[in-house]
Ligand binder design. Sequence first.
Ligand SMILES: Cc1cc2nc3c(=O)[nH]c(=O)nc-3n(C[C@H](O)[C@H](O)[C@H](O)COP(=O)(O)OP(=O)(O)OC[C@H]3O[C@@H](n4cnc5c(N)ncnc54)[C@H](O)[C@@H]3O)c2cc1C
Length: 463
Amino acid sequence: MPRDVIRELESIFGDRLVTEEHILMLYSHDASSEPGERPLAIVYPMNVDEIVKLIHLAPEYGIKLIPTGSSSSLSGNTTVKLGNTVVVSLERMSRVLEVSNVDWFARVEPGVRIDELNFELANYGLQWPVDPASSRVATVGGAISNGSGGMRGAKYGPASYWVLGLEAVIGTGEVIRVGCRTVKCREGYDILHLFIGSEGTLGIITEATLRLAPLPEAFVGLMAEYEDINNLVNTVINIRKHKLWPMITEFVDDETAQELGLDRKHYLWVGIDVNVGSEERVLGTLRDVVLGNHGVVINEARAWGEFLKILEPRRALYSAQLKVAFRDYGNDAFVFIEDIAVPMSNLPNAVREIRELSGKYGIKVLMGGHIGDGNLHPAFWTSRRASESEFRKYLEFVEKIGEVGIKYGGTISAEHGIGTMKRNLLVNKYRSLNSEATLRLMSEVKRIFDPHNILNPGKIIPT
Ligand SMILES: Cc1cc2nc3c(=O)[nH]c(=O)nc-3n(C[C@H](O)[C@H](O)[C@H](O)COP(=O)(O)OP(=O)(O)OC[C@H]3O[C@@H](n4cnc5c(N)ncnc54)[C@H](O)[C@@H]3O)c2cc1C
């Protein structure tokens, strides 16, 4: 049977079908520690017709399909769990098809990388502001399907604000087109937004119409260090009280900072898009807030490019967290990276409770994240060879961190999605709200879009 299906796949994809063992292994998992199986094959579609043919083939041969962009997800979102899986890499569908300088939209294929898109949009003075720290590799299709946020989320919010329309092939093999080219679009149930964050479980996105924003005309920012993390958190809260609305507000804690080659202090980066002429006034207010909260300004920027340079260490947050884990356990390291967010007013409580939990469980936690929208990424690690009881302790710790998000009216997953690793947390969240019907509705939605359970099965909800 595998040979028959490979022959069928070859008839659709020709030399864009890969079955070489060493390449299959590369596509077995995402960027998280969740282990994956070797897929049956990888295919690289070039157009919607090939994807329609593939989806029609799947139930006949009992194969499952995982659409992928760059597989940079962090919750097991693209991790292969079943041997009869074909990875559908959208890497080759990466064209920017249209940019409107007046209507501020771009029509793109799903495999275009976010940085490459923004590089092109800069020629028009425009940006797609979805800005995961992985933007150099992350694709538009992956970011939409994860409902990604990122660095600019403090002002611009996540992907759900920045998609106007989609074309996708759903699990029945039908092609759907949803959304408009206008920001206002009220046409029945909002299937467009059902797709955003659906992690490849409802359909394969083949084209996206993206909402764009103008690039800032001027930009100021700074990097500050703190002895006490509470002062850093209070700075962020006071920035809001001063009604400054930064585009970027990021932090790392002292232990992470050390791994990034900085002093062992807590670091905050704040960048604000401003009108020409107001740079010094805004920067002055920002500086005063930092100083008033016992921070020390170590760098200032008066242009977007300058700010990006001082922000570089923060982009390496996950690498720094991995470095420590691999130093402790080598290739056996299993890293948990959490993704809670809480309303800003509860940030001090959330940070304090995570630190208390870390002490209570004896688990070292490195922390950083998009603090400007209340999004924290506590990371911790153990060995894959840890005893069952030791590993269970870490899983319990994951649930406790999730509870912090829930308790303060926030979320167990701000931007990374559920994948396989956060399914329990999703159940906990809706149980805590006495809203288990929500989980049932999610299963039913999945069944409507994908009646044969072909598309990324087992992700978000067990299937
Ligand atoms: C160092 C690092 C930093 C990160 N920083 C951030 C951050 O700041 N913010 C953030 O939100 N995330 C972050 N991430 C997570 C991840 O990079 C983002 O979610 C990113 O947008 C995923 O893009 P991708 O192309 O790699 O998608 P993939 O991982 O390939 O896929 C993501 C999901 O979308 C589905 N999918 C992919 N393409 C399609 C398609 N065409 N149609 C339907 N489904 C599809 C997949 O099945 C999967 O479920 C980070 C990851 C790393 C490794």
